[in-house]
Design a protein around this ligand. Structure first.
Ligand code: SF4
Length: 362
């Protein structure tokens, strides 16, 4: 499709089912997905008024995103702070009710389920948070923290069974069972994150949502936790939704990556393709910011510096939401809202000017 024909479409493209189909089929083959998210939107109304509160604006935190995750697969969800990644994750686990869209998990629609109907399903979805200090109750012993899901979901048959499951969970994440009696402040940052992982896998989930799970850790500890996550994935066929603001962290763990900007997915691809041939200017800018270990390459590295800050999701720019910061924006970009379109067999981007690699890819 030419730029002119996109312009003629105006904003129609995003409402068009083609955008959805283009994304839906990118990188997806084989078995039915474990998690299937379609056109998910989460908006926060802004209200004003003393006596009668009226909605005066809407923050479109998540604005019509779609993705699939298969059993044993990792999808990296990347974007700047404020791009909607965490809100999307909370909507998946139903901690935030979506305004529209569908979330199918293990063949069941989650949108609209009551809290009691969600409880047994939430057991199948573990979550690991960014802050290994703040996410553990400082007054609970490590064994009680890790064993809490076993109690909540009634997964231990006896006191002995409970203790042996806790000991097994601690060893699975590389901690000594003898540490069960310690409090969180007696652990290092990496060990605390191991406790967070042990708690997340205690109820034997099929999906883990890892929300900036390694971002607060030193680089060497990050590598250890990423290795642990990869081992656990192999052992238990776990699927991961791996959220990070840093593309370099996501690279080694993700099978596929989706890049978010202002509540939307602007590019998605198999991990290798995205890092080798980023098609969206935003992805190109994020990748150009990653330092290389080779000092010669590092000196000659061309960094793409984006202009300005992330615009407010309350009043996103017209046309392509990225046009105010895009280094290659053309006039048409402020008029036309690009749909996510397939540009290579395993890659789609929402950019009017991006061209594909159909002839160059496999
Ligand atoms: Fe940049 Fe235009 Fe592409 Fe948007 S549509 S990413 S502004 S070139």
């Amino acid at each position: 499709m030419t730029v002119e024909s996109h312009a003629a479409q105006g904003t129609k493209g995003r409402e068009d089912s083609n955008a959805f189909v283009a994304f839906d089929t990118v990188g997806v083959s084989g078995d039915a997905p474990l998690l299937s998210v379609r056109n998910l939107s989460v908006h926060y109304p802004i209200k004003r008024g003393f006596v009668v509160q009226r909605e005066v604006a809407r923050v479109r935190a998540v604005d019509g995103i779609s993705f699939d995750i298969r059993a044993g697969e990792t999808l990296g969800l990347v974007g700047e702070s404020g791009s909607g990644k965490t809100t999307a994750a909370k909507a998946v686990i139903q901690l935030k009710k979506p305004d529209s869209g569908s979330i199918m998990f293990e063949g069941r629609e989650l949108v609209g389920l009551s809290a009691s109907a969600m409880r047994p399903i939430r057991r199948k979805m573990g979550m690991v948070f960014q802050d290994p200090y703040g996410s553990l109750n400082p007054r609970m012993r490590a064994g009680d923290i890790v064993g809490e899901p076993l109690k909540v979901h009634g997964l231990a048959e006896s006191g002995d069974d409970y203790r042996s499951q806790v000991a097994a969970l601690l060893s699975t994440v590389g901690l000594s069972p003898g540490m069960a009696e310690r409090y969180p402040n007696e652990f290092s940052g990496g060990q605390r994150q191991r406790l967070g992982v042990a708690r997340a896998i205690a109820a034997k989930p099929s999906l883990l949502i890892l929300d900036e799970a390694v971002s607060a850790l030193d680089v060497s500890i990050q590598a250890q936790i990423l290795n642990l996550l990869q081992d656990l994935q192999e052992q238990y066929n776990l699927a991961y939704l791996f959220i990070a603001h840093d593309l370099s962290v996501v690279r080694h763990i993700s099978d596929r990556v989706a890049v978010m900007y202002l509540g939307r997915i602007v590019e998605t691809a198999d991990s290798e393709d995205l890092y080798d041939r980023p098609l969206h200017p935003y992805t190109q800018a994020l990748l150009s910011a990653i330092p290389t270990p080779n000092p010669i390459h590092e000196r000659s590295r061309d960094r793409i510096i984006l202009k300005g800050d992330l615009p407010s999701p309350m009043a996103p720019p017209s046309g392509c939401h990225f046009h105010t910061r895009c280094p290659i924006a053309a006039d048409v970009c402020s008029l036309t809202d690009p749909e996510l379109r397939r540009l290579a067999p395993n890659q789609a981007a929402a950019c009017l000017l991006a061209s594909g690699y159909e002839t160059a890819v496999r």
